[in-house]
Design a binder for this molecule. Structure first.
Ligand code: SAM
Length: 419
């Protein structure tokens, strides 16, 4: 077994090619979930290079630096799947779809990698399946409280034997918004294959490269995201381990993701697979024609946002930002926003981020109630990818100002559009 090392990535994470080409370098960024407590003296912290690279061999777009997962995913990792409506609905849909496609029975074991608070697996548990989560953070305890059995550890080769002994093989292994996050793909893939039954199925959900490119989602570039998958690069990866993609579809999570089914045994391949591969080919993902226009759009978008915000601030108006998802850390750090431009970031009551500073910044994260008390002129949507849901909700709760949507192109959305 090779020991994993963290640091610069010099060989493609899928095919091993050393011919990696730079797409975009955002500078150095702090880990998105390392937030210092308001009122304590600022301590030193690590920043890591944030460059994405393209592999011309297998077309994987990937980060150029692997940070230590113990830094990225500490026990008090604040993300909770169950707090986002779109994720709850997506996981209910995943269970319905998997059940219909695979004809699951009560004997079947479903393992979820990165199971977080158990939101995904609860659907399978309620559907009558046996379930097991693998999750290193303390969110595992929330899953256990719901009856979702969870191993509180990182998924990898060390969990294979214990799981085979205690639970046997799995009919389905799911990995939602985590399959792009784990360093050491070879070990992960071998572990998945070893844990799957002969007719078992691996279902991954990952943020989609095509959506990243078309809607300029540079804010999804951070150290948890080691790989930005397309169906093309996923097929290349999965086939190396004997898994065949038989169904793929777009799903709305995280500003645009893909759900991909791959099996060990032969299954009829849904037309969706060829359709998505064709769309990616037409978008030129296998070549490099997209690189320069994408880089230009990112720069243009950053400059336009900075200009818009500084104009507003120079006229004496207040800008409060709404919500502090991981991607907000990249946006504020890359664009260079500080507490002179954004007065504060607001999170809903109960968020573990309240009372902290934004990573790498002096911008305080406070309770959303402040928005309705202070009525700033503008609310900058850092969760812009769920803006259609967010804006009417903020209006209903009493916000009277206008919205600033930062991406893909910064723009002001007037109050009246949401009433
Ligand atoms: N799957 C959930 C979802 O889609 O909402 C959680 C996604 S969250 C971005 C990533 C989760 O994977 C975190 O809960 C993190 O602690 C966990 N994680 C990170 N590395 C892991 C690993 N090697 N094995 C298992 N879980 C891991």
């Amino acid at each position: 077994m090779t020991t994993l090392t963290y640091g610069p990535i010099t060989a493609c994470q899928i095919c091993g090619s050393n011919d990696l080409r730079s797409v975009l370098f955002l500078g150095y960024l702090p880990p998105v979930n390392t937030m210092q407590t308001i009122g304590t003296a600022h301590d030193k912290q690590e920043w890591f290079p944030a460059e994405i690279l393209r592999c011309p061999e297998c077309s994987l777009v990937q980060l150029g630096y692997a940070a230590d997962p113990n830094v990225l995913f500490p026990p008090d990792y604040p993300y909770r799947s169950g707090t986002t409506r779109i994720l709850r609905e997506n996981f209910a849909d995943l269970q319905r779809e998997a059940k219909a496609l695979l004809g699951l029975t009560n004997k079947d074991l479903i393992i979820d990698i990165g199971s977080n608070d158990g939101t995904l697996l609860k659907n399978f548990l309620d559907g009558g399946n046996r379930v097991l989560g693998v999750e290193p953070s303390l969110n595992a305890k929330l899953a256990e409280d719901m009856g979702v059995e969870t191993k509180m550890t990182f998924f990898g080769s060390s969990v294979v034997e214990p799981i085979l002994k205690s639970h046997g093989k799995a009919k389905v292994i799911t990995a939602a918004n985590v399959f792009a996050h784990i360093h050491g793909l070879d070990g992960i893939m071998k572990s998945i294959v070893a844990l799957l039954e002969d007719d078992g199925v691996f279902i991954s959900e990952s943020h989609y490269l095509l959506d990243l490119l078309t809607t300029v989602q540079y804010d999804t570039i951070y150290h948890e995201h080691l790989r930005h998958y397309s169906v093309t690069s996923l097929r290349f990866l999965l086939e190396r381990y004997g898994l065949t993609i038989f169904h793929a579809k777009r799903i709305p999570t995280h500003g645009g993701s893909i759900r991909v089914y791959a099996s060990k045994s032969k299954r009829a391949v849904n037309a969706s697979v060829a359709a998505m591969l064709k769309e990616e080919e037409e978008a030129g993902l296998q070549g490099d024609a997209w690189v320069k226009p994408f880089r230009d759009r990112v720069l243009h978008s950053k400059l336009a946002l900075y200009e818009l915000l500084t104009k507003i601030k120079s006229s004496g108006k207040r800008i409060y930002a709404i919500s502090a998802p991981s991607r907000a850390s990249t946006l504020v750090n890359y664009v260079g926003l500080d507490d002179g431009i954004i007065d504060c970031v607001l999170e809903i009551q109960g968020s573990k981020k309240i009372g902290k500073y934004m990573p790498g910044r002096h911008i305080p994260v406070l309770d959303e109630a402040k928005l309705y008390q202070d009525q700033p002129e503008y609310a900058l949507l850092l969760s812009w990818h769920i803006g259609a849901e967010l804006m009417p909700n903020l209006k209903k709760r009493g916000f009277k100002g206008d919205f600033i949507v930062p991406l893909p192109e910064p723009r002001i959305m007037k109050n009246a559009s949401f009433i």
